[in-house]
Design a protein around this ligand. Sequence first.
Ligand code: NDP
Length: 346
Amino acid sequence: MKAIVFDRHGEPDVLRYIDLPEPKAGPNEVVIKVAASACNFNDIWARRGLPGMKIILPHIAGSDVSGVVVERGSEVKDINLGDEVVVHCGIACRHCAYCTRGEEFFCEQFKIWGFQTGPNDGAHGEYCKVPAVNAIPKPKNLSHQEAASIPLVLVTVWRMLVTRARIQAGDFVMIWGSTGGLGVMAIQIAKLFNARPIAIASSDDKLELARKLGAEFVLNRKSHDILKQVREITDGRRADIVFEHTGAETWPLSMQCLKWGGTIVTCGATSGFDAHMDIRLLWNKQQNYLGSHLGNKGELVEALRFVERGLIKPVIDRVMPLKDLGKAQTLMETNTVQGKIVMVPN
Ligand code: NDP
C-alpha cells in the first residue's frame, strides 16, 4: 500500500510517500480500507518530535479515518466485512479499574492511535488497522470525507465543555482558535447547550465562518482589545468558560478574561507550554483551571448522536490527495485553515 511515513523528526520534508506492506489484523483487530483520513495538530507534534514523549519510528501519523472493514481478526464477532466505520483513537487495555469506569485515558496502557502507536500504525495510508473495539459505525448521514473530519476533535471538545467544564445554558464561552479543528466543534457544542459563544480568530474571513457556525460574538485577535471587548459583551462579568488550547501566548489573557468562579478548560498549547500564571487570580477569584485530554469512547458515541441528527456538522476546509500531506501540515502551521483538512488516498 501507499502511505506517508517519516523515520526522523523535522520539517514537512521528512514525510515520504512510499510503498509498505498492508497491515494484517491480529485476533481482536480489524483492517480498514481508508476512504479518507483527517489532519490533526497532533500529526504535526509527532512529526516535529515532542520533549518527554516517545514517538515510535518509522511512523505513519493520523488518528482520524473513515473507511470500510476489509479484514477482521478471529476473535472479532460484532463487526462485519464491508461495515463502514470511523475510529475512536484512544487505545487502552479495556480491563483495568480506570478503563472499566470510563476513564480509559488514565489506563497505564493508554495511547493515542496514530500518535503514540507504531511503528507505522496510523491513518495516513491506504489501509490501517485498529482494535475492533475502537471501530464505530460511520454516521449514516455523512460521506466518508465528512466522517473522517469529525471524531478526534468532537470527542476532545465534548469532554472539555460537557464533561469537564459542565457547560450551562447562558454561559459566555470564550473560544480561542474558533475556526480551527477544535474551535469549529466548540462553537457548535456551545450553541447546542444554548450557551453564548464568543469566537476569537485572526482574520475577518475566519470570523465570518464562526458567525455561520453560531457564534453570537466574534473578535479578531489581531485588531480587537480582547479583554475590553469581553468585558463589554458580558456587562463586566467576563467569560464563564474560556476554551483554551493555544497555550503560552494566550494564557495570561485567558485568565484575565475569566469571571470570578469561572472555568478555564485546556487541552493543548500550540503557542508554547511555558505559560505565565498569576496565582493570586486563582485563589482570590476562586477560578477553576481544568485539564482535559481526548475523551472516552462513550463520550464520542454520545456526541456522534448529535452529528447524526445534523445538530453538529463537519467543517471541511479542503480535500487533498494523501501524497500532499506535507502541504496540508504547512497550511495548518501557518494558521490558514478553516475547519479540517481531509486527505484521500490517490
Ligand atoms: P488547528 O491548527 O486546527 O487550529 C488551531 C487554531 O489556533 C488556529 O485556528 C489559530 O486560530 C489558533 N492559534 C494558533 N496560534 C495562536 C496564537 N498564538 N494565539 C491565538 N490563537 C492561535 O489545531 P487543532 O484545533 O486541531 O488543535 C489545537 C491544539 O489542541 C493543538 O495544540 C493540538 O495539539 C491540541 N489538541 C489536543 C488534544 C488533546 O486531547 N489533548 C486533542 C486535539 C488537539 P487564529 O490564528 O485564527 O486565531
